[in-house]
Design a protein around this ligand. Sequence first.
Ligand code: MN
Length: 500
Amino acid sequence: MDLKNLEVWFVTGSQHLYGEEALLEVEKDAKEVAASLNDVPEIPVTVVHKPVMTSSDSIRRLMAEANAHESCIGLILWMHTFSPARMWIAGLNLLNKPYVHFHTQYHRDIPWGEIDMDYMNLHQSAHGDREFGFINTRMRKNRKVIVGHWRDPEALQELAIWMRVAAAWNDSQGARIARFGDNMRDVAVTEGNKVSAQMVLGYEVNAYSLGHLIEHVDAAEEQQINALLEEYEASYRLTDRVREGGAKRQALRESARIELGLRSFLKEGGFKGFTTNFEDLVGLKQLPGLAVQRVMKDGYGFGAEGDWKTAALLRAMKVMNTGLSGGTSFMEDYVYHLDPAGSRILGAHMLEVCESIAAEKPVLDVQALDIGGKENPARLIFTAPAGAAICASLIDLGNRFRMVVSEVEVVDPPQDLPKLPVARVLWDPKPNLKVAAESWILAGGAHHSVFSQALTARYVEDYCEMAGIEYLLIDENTEVRKFKAELRLGEIYYHLARGL
Ligand code: MN
């Protein structure tokens, strides 16, 4: 995916009060700022300068154009001078794409010896952006506000984050998620309202029987399988039993066949994510482990046990992650280390952890899996590197979606885990395991999450603002008593704000 094919429109507001000369100056400055943004390596999309807006009609037309433009994923709005904000009402009412209010100023510093009233009239975003801020708040518009000079690295970083989230948001609209075999029996948290998700988050989820997948698996040709096995050999450390002539070579061939079938199914249907269900594997010889790990690495969203919310969230976070260092994966809180001297969470899944978070070249093996009642499946085994990470979980509370994000520090396991045949991550949740787990459980966060070492909580927060959904952060400042109050406040707020 090349985010540079996506556009963010740079729109400057002003008015005719200051004369044509001032407007020409505003136009020149805005062009320079927009061009400069395109030169910043961290800015992932193409910034397109648009003419300075001075009337309600031109703003309304521009917003309608933005709505209809396929490549436009959002707008940057900046009031270089004062722009009486009633002229923005009609346009903002129409706009259905995300926008950021960039509260910047052309000159960073006040020219103390030179400043006069002409300068004051031209460089007054401190004043004009407050008028624009008011109308957005008056209209209850969700938007991001970024404050800082347009060359300030912190402001640019915030802008880059917002753009990546806008790209993910754009990608979600109309995205198709395939759910093989529906939900896994009685599990609660993986359920949810798919109509609500389509209305609020933009993607559609539909169930497919395994028969659809099997057709593609059966169609895989021997020579494609051989080529894929060669790719495995070049990419991973194969154990003796899966090497050519090894006892489990045939199981690896079967896994390659499943991968080819899965890729073919996903491509043909234009899917961006999918879920599996280990209680419904009719026609498959083994639970797709390696195949899922490998397609996740290529950007597909995935959720186990029918978890479509996590599949779609993973896809969105994979889009945000495009081109950044560090990976993003489906994850599950699995086992605790409750030593008071250093409590930890061991994250893993039965098999399906994305190799984008591997610290080293993964081991490829076939081993027993005592769940699912199928033949032994192939899987990649590795450990994630130490460093900062987040876990994000999206749940359906019945009347709304809630996102819970936990900031964690990944640590190296204190010892080898020679008998654990799955990919794993060991982390120290902030502020500590007791507070983090109590808060997560009170919030109703799932056992499944999206784990990322490339993204920060800020990305997920921006995503929630775009979607208009609840966002809860568990970080080093979290206190359970205050967190409970936040939960109760959310219940009231969303009940009142959503109405019927
Ligand atoms: Mn699971």
